[in-house]
Design a protein around this ligand. Structure first.
Ligand code: C2E
Ligand code: MG
Ligand code: MG
Ligand code: MG
Length: 280
């Protein structure tokens, strides 16, 4: 009897796996047309200085409002784009869209603004990666300092030397680099050692445990101290509670990004934020 049910189970999973694979293909195909159909757009989440509570910049985050599937999370569709050839096209669109927005803000008098964009390792692997970033900056007429690049440590080790060369070239140009989702991967310290980061973003999963896990809180304190020793800034991501904010303030975390200050905003509301928050 056990054998039979085991067999049925196997068949069940096989069918489910086929259905999942089919869904994935359909979703990817839909994503292929999302740019042309204007279903993709960016929102901008404010970053606030911890001590002075000033707005210092934003992170651009991609959104997909699909006519077929409704709202799809980037955590869901970015991996699909990365598995196909789509990430180049989408990533380039994100880059230009962000640079044009920065240019508009500069024209409106918001000098010194920075906006961070997330870059996939597939994009870095592209041989034209550095030139593409350079072109986006030049053709939109912004300064390299206005653009920040967020990289996660999901970069594969084999491509680390290549990434090192390219990211160093960007840093040389004056583009700031952030290490995203710090603490979640397996090779954080190697990345810190080899790549020219200007700031380090502590992943939300660490921020979540500040108030409940004494060791977790101590790890955060140590990360901040280590980053400062290496002349890097620290951004805490996903800060939601007063208790988290107080801990991060007391332990000299430099910048806060989280719902406690603001969710990601439309261009319109990002401007509103610039007008109402002390900016600097
Ligand atoms: P990420 O780069 O680590 O972005 C931070 C995520 O945390 C965002 O999720 C943001 O909305 C969310 N977040 C920020 N503060 C809070 C908070 O206080 N509470 C909660 N619950 N969440 C908060 P989002 O927008 O869903 O993006 C998920 C991930 O998708 C990003 O993680 C990033 O890895 C990826 N992603 C988003 N846009 C792009 C893009 O344009 N290109 C690439 N390659 N990846 C992107
Ligand atoms: Mg990010
Ligand atoms: Mg992150
Ligand atoms: Mg992430």
């Amino acid at each position: 009897a056990a054998k039979t049910s085991g067999k049925n189970k196997w068949q069940f999973y096989t069918v489910k796996m086929q259905q999942d694979a089919y869904k994935k293909i359909r979703l990817t195909n839909s994503l292929r047309y999302a740019l042309d159909n204007k279903e993709l757009y960016l929102v901008y989440q404010p970053q606030i200085s911890t001590q002075q509570r000033k707005l210092i910049g934003f992170e651009a985050l991609l959104r997909w409002n699909s006519s077929e599937y409704g709202t799809v999370s980037p955590a869901h569709f970015i991996p699909l784009a990365e598995q196909s050839d789509l990430i180049q096209e989408i990533g380039n669109w994100v880059l230009y869209k962000t640079c044009f927005f920065i240019k508009d803000l500069l024209n409106e008098g918001w000098h010194g603004i920075h906006i961070a964009v997330n870059i996939s390792s597939r994009q870095i692997a592209d041989e034209n990666f550095v030139a593409m970033i350079g072109d986006a900056i030049e053709s939109t007429g912004i300064r390299p300092e206005n653009l920040e690049i967020e990289v996660t440590e999901s970069l594969c080790m084999a491509s680390l030397d290549d990434a090192q060369k390219k990211l160093s070239a960007l840093r040389q140009m004056g583009v700031h680099l952030s290490m995203d989702d710090f603490g979640t991967g397996f090779s954080s310290l190697t990345y810190l050692r080899k790549l020219p980061f200007k700031s380090l973003k502590i992943d939300k999963s660490f921020i979540d445990i500040i108030e409940t896990d004494v060791n977790g809180a101590k790890i955060i304190d140590s990360i901040i101290k280590m980053a400062h020793t290496m002349d890097m800034n620290v951004v805490a991501e996903g800060v939601e509670t007063q208790g988290q904010l107080e801990y991060l303030t007391a332990n000299k975390c430099d910048f806060i990004q989280g719902y406690i200050f603001s969710k990601p905003l439309s261009e319109y509301n990002a401007r509103e934020m610039l007008n109402t928050r002390i900016y600097g």
